[in-house]
Design a protein around this ligand. Structure first.
Ligand code: ADP
Length: 474
């Protein structure tokens, strides 16, 4: 079976968040399970692309609003990622340094989807499944169904995976002039609340849709940034499949980004050695519990709560706890954290920016990982933390609720608190500080969480079952 994934991100080519991690891992595990898997993404000027041999496998041109735009399809020559990687390059549109945040982003992703499908049709590729991830590639099932140019692969089953329904790719109707020609009367399939909504179109037109945890699927029926009714209407073709961990990348024994590698057997020593290196770097006391946050400073991550939560915990527990924050995003949150850091630099470390290596070192060093998320479709940070022996303190939402059991429950190993509640987050951290005093209990939990199975094999098999069913009904 041949599956082609379409995505804006893929680790280690271009990563902004968890979407990249999934696209860097799922196709690899599918390939290992005997499928042929490929990822198609927009060309970005990133170190991976510039340091690997890229072959031009196809060239052509698309027409947008009567303007002819040439494109090339590049393939990473040696399949070093464990699957086929293709990048679509369009001069002036898809050849930039960042993945997102350009004012003409809608046009970029539109051109990407148009060129990618045209290439597949013209080059004679015959995928069994087309798998689309999030709104950036949300128009593909609609295009397959309605654009005569793509007639050759019209009956290819499509799977949509919703990694984050907060972002929907809204477009004004005048964007239609850039679309490949299709029957006008079908435009209602693109519409939601008066605009073009690529995520809504994806959910409507895909043969099956999945979300990155079961909990998130249930949540979407109640809270989906306006699309609740749509998700519920199409629930008959929905499945929640939790993300996994790429065990080759996230491996305490071999992770090249760690100051000290460690195994399950010597996790206590290994984590302490990493913590020492990190605490020295940030001027923190290694003897105190280290609570960390890694992520985007966005409302959905609960980042707006962070400054108040950290301030309250530090005030209530003077000299008993340290914090380290790694992230970037919202300007107000950044400013508040910088102010806080100014006042508490002895008990707090702050790194504003994106740093993959530092993130790995933090997962390996920390005692506790804080995730006060408002919305968390799956959450990978808590899974990486668990694998690296770091105890999660998370709000009870989406994938966090599915993957973390509170320590008060049988076989519990983390701390859950009500979302968007500063007081509840403070209490949960204080429960963690108390736990830290019990060395024996901490090391027992650490051993337990490092062995939890969040492997991609299980989740990849669930995707495969969906593919098989779709291919059979085709
Ligand atoms: P998101 O909603 O951002 O996709 P996930 O939990 O699914 O959240 O995935 C986040 C991924 O991005 C994890 O691999 C995490 O380690 C990484 N990450 C987030 N922010 C940073 C940062 N500032 N530096 C390094 N890695 C980061």
């Amino acid at each position: 079976m041949f599956v082609i994934h379409f995505s804006a991100e893929c680790y280690p080519v271009a990563k902004v968040g968890g979407l990249a991690d999934v696209l860097g891992a799922l196709p690899k595990y599918q390939q290992q399970a005997g499928l042929r898997a490929a990822v198609v993404m927009p060309y970005v000027r990133k170190p991976f692309v510039e340091s690997h041999e890229m072959l031009i496998v196809h060239s052509g041109e698309i027409v947008q609003d009567s303007v002819v735009k040439p494109y090339v399809v590049l393939k990473e020559r040696h399949d070093v990622l464990g699957f086929e990687l293709y990048l679509i390059q369009i001069p002036g549109l898809l050849d930039r340094e960042e993945v997102y945040c350009y004012p003409d982003e809608s046009l970029q992703f539109l051109a990407f989807q148009h060129a990618a499908l045209q290439w597949i049709c013209f080059a004679g590729l015959q995928p069994d499944i087309i798998h689309c991830h999030d709104h950036h590639v949300g128009l593909i099932p609609f295009f397959l169904e309605n654009v005569p140019l793509f007639r050759r692969i019209k009956r290819t089953p499509t799977v949509a995976t919703i990694h984050n329904a907060q972002y929907q790719g809204w477009q004004p109707w005048d964007m239609l002039r850039f679309y490949p020609p299709f029957d006008d009367y079908r435009a209602f399939m693109l519409e939601y609340n008066g605009q073009i909504n690529p995520l809504a179109s994806l959910v409507r037109s895909a043969w099956h849709y999945t979300t990155v945890s079961e909990g998130y699927l249930r949540e979407l029926f109640r809270e989906a940034n306006g699309l609740e009714r749509l998700f519920a209407e199409f629930s008959f073709k929905a499945t929640g499949i939790v993300n996994g961990i790429d065990k080759q990348v996230w491996d305490t024994k071999n992770d090249p980004m760690l100051a000290n590698n460690y195994s399950l057997k010597d996790a206590g020593r290994g984590k302490q050695a990493n913590k020492l290196a990190l605490c020295e770097q940030y001027g923190l006391d290694v003897a105190l519990p280290l609570v960390v946050f890694i992520g985007r400073f966005a409302l959905e991550k609960g980042a707006d709560l962070l400054p108040s939560v950290i301030r309250q915990v530090l005030n209530n527990n003077q000299g008993k706890v340290n914090f380290l924050v790694l992230g970037s995003g919202d300007a107000q949150v950044t400013w508040e954290l910088q102010q806080l850091f100014g006042n508490y630099s002895q008990q707090m470390g702050l790194y504003i920016g994106y740093n993959e290596g530092l993130a790995h070192q933090i997962y390996a060093s920390a005692d506790f990982l804080l995730m006060p998320s408002w919305v968390e479709p799956c959450g990978l940070n808590q899974l990486y933390a668990l694998r690296y022996g770091t105890i999660p303190i998370v709000s009870a939402t989406g994938g966090l609720r599915d993957t973390v059991i509170d320590i008060s429950e049988p076989n519990g190993y983390g701390f859950l608190f009500s979302k968007a509640d500063i007081g509840a987050a403070v209490t949960a951290i204080e429960r963690a500080i108390s736990l830290f005093e019990n060395n024996e209990q901490v090391s027992k939990i650490r051993k337990h969480i490092m062995q939890l199975d969040f492997s991609w094999e299980k989740s990849a098999a669930k995707y495969q079952a969906i593919y098989t069913e779709l291919v059979e009904v085709k």
